[in-house]
Design a binder for this molecule. Structure first.
Ligand SMILES: [Zn+2]
Length: 498
């Protein structure tokens, strides 16, 4: 079976073949931490997580890098001009903090949300403020080779020097110019040239974050940051680059131009983009009051799904119910359905676990065909991560499984449990097992005491025999110095989410 992914670069579904057998190098554009990440932002990070998990499920070793942008991202990243102000600095002024404090504050909430959504940690989260040297190095070479030039206010990449500019977004230079506003920056050779480095002068003379460079003090442009970090941590060519649809142009288009001009090699082989996320058919915006976040935050401008009674993993289930390339429209009706499905899946899983724990379980006669469910699940996922179809395979299994449970004829609960845990390596929506304290029966406690006495008397053989007896009854002894603890041995496999 082969894994197919839709590549924005070629506009078609392609068989996935990594550069190196069995290994995948993956880069995801991460958040700019000037504000709380809303559910639309998390939507795109969930796509990357599902993709990474499915690659790992399929046996690949994935190295995943996801940045945290803490400088250089302007409120308007119009290709023709850098306008407005640095998002980090704007937030710093709004909240009367330093940009660094702003970053730390919002990173905290972001990481909490990722954890609650079972989004795996990348192997590293580089931050541009720590990577300035690599950005200067690339910019210097681009200037030397005349891909870039210096002006009064910064260093610009010359799009005319890179004829393939537009290959990702399928924009021709003429189209971009025709659709854009007239440029007022007289310094640039071409209105489409974009900034690699911005000098701390003129309208940017008060920029708080700045570094020394061969062109005086200044700070990097947003696009160069991702190129520098991807190349530094993954190499000249990476397998997969992910991001939201709105990153295609100009951000990713510029990443390609500057990276490929720098390395003379392809930058990323597969570009995976998550389509727009709408709330009730509209773009989420503060003025419409329709921005939702995952978990409750102190900021009263936002309401959270958690406050409204929707656990983060129910939101993850909603994500699974929609294909990453179809326009997602968030509604509370859909959220309700996702919560029902999430609960249904978890309830069924608990019932299976309970059935396996029952002492005198009578095996039923009907076995659910685990292999065919697994095949259907993998076929769906292999087809450009068709999670809605894969989810329906899971729900169908539960429907049939519940009927057999009611009839007491389900014959292979252990296999079904393993199958669900396998699915969950990708879906990651099963609740973590609750470790409820269970009362230790009196006779087990007696055995524990007997062992303690034997142990203190140096009768280790007897102590070991008693330990085995206790174990046979489903309990284990944890020695803690002279004391000990009795614990029930868990029969179930722990579902571990990073
Ligand atoms: Zn990026």
């Amino acid at each position: 079976m082969s894994f197919y992914l839709y590549n924005t670069l070629t506009n078609k579904k392609e068989k996935f073949v990594p550069l190196e057998k069995g290994r995948v190098k993956m880069y995801s554009c991460g958040p700019t931490v000037y504000d709380h990440a809303h559910i639309g932002n998390m939507w795109s990070y969930l796509t990357a997580d599902i993709l990474r998990r499915y690659l790992e499920y399929s046996g690949y070793e994935v190295r995943h890098i996801k940045n945290i942008t803490d400088v250089g991202h302007f409120t308007s990243d119009d290709i023709l001009r850098i306008e407005g102000e640095d998002k980090m600095e704007k937030a710093a002024r709004r909240e009367k903090k330093s940009p660094l404090e702003i970053a730390e504050y919002y990173i905290h909430f972001f990481l909490e949300d990722e954890k609650k959504l079972n989004i795996k940690n990348p192997h590293f989260r580089p931050r541009p403020t720590q990577e300035i040297e690599s950005m200067i190095k690339i910019t210097e070479k681009l200037v030397q080779e005349e891909y870039a030039y210096e002006t009064e206010d910064g260093i610009y990449f010359s799009v005319a020097k890179f004829p393939e500019y537009g290959k990702l977004s399928k924009n021709s230079l003429e189209d971009i110019k025709a659709g854009a506003r007239v440029d007022i920056n007289e310094n640039k050779k071409d209105p489409l040239d974009f900034a690699l480095w911005i000098k701390r002068k003129g309208k940017n003379k008060n920029h708080i974050l700045y570094w020394d460079s061969p062109w005086g003090s200044g700070f990097p442009g947003w696009h160069i940051e991702c190129s520098a970090m991807a190349i530094k941590y993954l190499g000249d060519t990476i397998d997969i680059h992910t991001g939201g649809e709105d990153n295609i142009f100009p951000h990713h288009e510029c990443e390609i131009a500057q990276s490929e001009a720098f390395t003379k090699k392809p930058f990323a082989n597969y570009w995976i983009h998550t389509r727009h996320f709408l709330a009730d058919g509209k773009k989420m915006s503060k003025s419409l009051g329709n921005i939702f976040v995952v978990s409750s935050v102190p900021d009263k401008r936002y309401s959270s799904l958690e406050e409204k009674g929707y656990p983060p993993l129910a939101f993850r289930t909603l994500k699974l119910a929609s294909h990453y390339r179809s326009k997602a429209n968030f509604t509370f009706k859909a959220m309700d359905q996702a919560k029902i499905n999430w609960e249904k899946i978890n309830e069924f899983y608990s019932k299976i676990v309970e059935l396996l724990e029952e002492k005198n379980k009578k095996g039923g006669q009907t076995n659910l065909e685990v292999t065919s469910y697994r095949t259907l699940f993998e076929e769906a996922m292999d087809n450009d991560l068709n999670t809605p179809q894969a989810l329906s395979v899971w729900l169908d299994l539960i429907k049939k499984g519940n009927r057999l449970l009611a009839e007491k004829t389900l014959g292979n609960p252990q296999e079904i449990k393993s199958l669900m845990e396998n699915f969950d390596k990708v879906f990651a929506i099963l609740k973590k097992e609750k470790s409820l304290p269970i009362a230790v029966p009196a006779d087990i406690k007696k055995l524990g005491e007997k062992r303690k006495i034997a142990r203190e008397a140096g009768k280790f053989e007897e102590a070991d025999e008693l330990r085995e007896k206790i174990k046979a009854r489903g309990y284990e002894i944890l020695d803690q110095g002279k004391k000990y603890q009795l614990k029930k041995i868990k029969k179930t496999v722990n579902i571990k989410h990073p």
